[in-house]
Ligand binder design. Structure first.
Ligand code: UFG
Length: 330
């Protein structure tokens, strides 16, 4: 298999999406090296390949990694992701998500490694002026998290002009779900995402789920999001990787299913999947939540041949529920 000869460096491979990616790459026959400082990831989430504990801005370490391994491409998942925290601690976000990414890119340039896949976010669009959102939608992030992602995308474009770096930025909408094989899942500390919090309420690890606002201009008053299964995100990364390995062009792609579900709809679907009664509490709006974020992913479908396999909300919740029950039993 052609993939056998390629070694991929996965930075942030011990985190939620990165750990699923490591597993997917190994299944495809790639050799994998994971670099993670375990600030938010888990060593036991890295199911194979080589694991290196360290920071992506550790130039000496990266030199050694790039000398010891013939790395064909780098995938970068090592970002801080909490929007609210990014507002109160912007320094932390710009330092890790931008400055440390620059250090990683510069180490790559020094060793002539010029293929890069970047975890970007729908947060680059800010409050949408039209929905569904295509890639040409204006980029107007409304918080430091989103700005950090948009800055890196712009840096990547400048690095292509100056140094010939080929990159693909994947703008995730709401990443959710868990490894369909039941081995991996979401383990954020603290957890802030809707689906795992609902499922913790279903399993009894939490008393209830808070709904942050039910007076939005949406049919049931709660915010609408486009949930996309982590396994489908990994599929898109695999396709992006193939494109770069075949010396294809750089690009930017939305990743979402194009279906919006309100917070209330997600809770209802979770009640059905779990068979549990889930107590909800209506709370105030959360700062900075746009009412409706839905992706137009036509470009990924057409140009990458992306074919989401777990697009239904109940499939996403079912896999996340299997993982929640596993966590609960430990
Ligand atoms: N929500 C609740 N109660 C909760 C948690 C969330 O009602 O306890 C609501 C939120 O207000 C929002 C929706 O559920 O309307 C989804 O919230 P999440 O926190 O799960 O996800 P976000 O849409 O806020 O954020 C996600 C990613 C971010 C990324 C953003 C845009 O987590 O990293 O999508 O791409 F920036």
């Amino acid at each position: 298999m052609a993939t056998m000869s390629h070694t991929i460096l996965v930075v942030g491979g011990a985190g939620y999406i990165g750990s699923h990616m490591v597993k997917a790459l190994l299944a495809e026959g790639y050799r994998v090296v994971t670099l993670d400082n375990l600030s938010t990831g888990y060593r036991d989430a890295v199911v194979g390949g080589e694991f290196i504990l360290g920071d992506m801005n550790d130039r000496a370490l990266l030199r050694a990694v790039f000398t010891d391994h013939a790395i064909s491409a780098v995938m970068h998942f090592a970002s801080y992701i909490q929007v609210g925290e990014s507002v109160t601690a912007p320094s932390k976000y710009y330092e890790n998500n931008v400055t440390n990414t620059l250090a990683l890119l510069d180490a790559m340039m020094e060793k002539n490694i010029r293929r890069f896949i970047f975890s970007s976010s729908a947060a680059v669009y800010g409050n949408p002026i039209r929905v569904p959102i295509d890639e040409g939608h204006p980029k107007a992030p409304i918080n430091p998290y989103g700005r950090s992602k948009w800055m890196v995308e712009q840096i990547l474009s400048d690095y292509e002009t100056a140094y010939g770096l080929k990159s693909i930025s994947l703008r995730y909408f709401n990443a959710a779900g868990a490894d369909p094989g039941g081995q991996l899942g979401e383990r954020h500390e603290p957890e802030t995402h809707l689906i795992p919090l609902i499922l913790q309420a279903a399993s009894g690890r939490r008393p209830s789920i808070s709904i942050f606002g039910n007076d939005y201009d949406t049919p049931d008053g709660t915010c609408i999001r486009d949930y996309v299964h982590v396994a489908d995100l990994c599929q898109a990364h695999g396709l992006a990787l193939q494109r770069l390995l075949q010396d294809g062009a750089s690009g930017v792609f939305n990743l979402g299913n194009g279906n919006g579900f309100s917070v209330m709809e997600v809770i209802r679907a979770a009640r059905e999947v779990t068979g549990k009664d889930i107590t909800l509490e209506i709370k105030n709006r959360r700062e900075g939540d746009p009412p409706r974020l839905v992706a137009d992913s036509t470009r990924a479908i057409q140009e990458l041949a992306w074919r989401p396999r777990f697009a239904s909300l109940s499939a996403i919740i079912a896999d996340a529920w299997a993982w929640e029950r596993r966590l609960q039993s430990h």
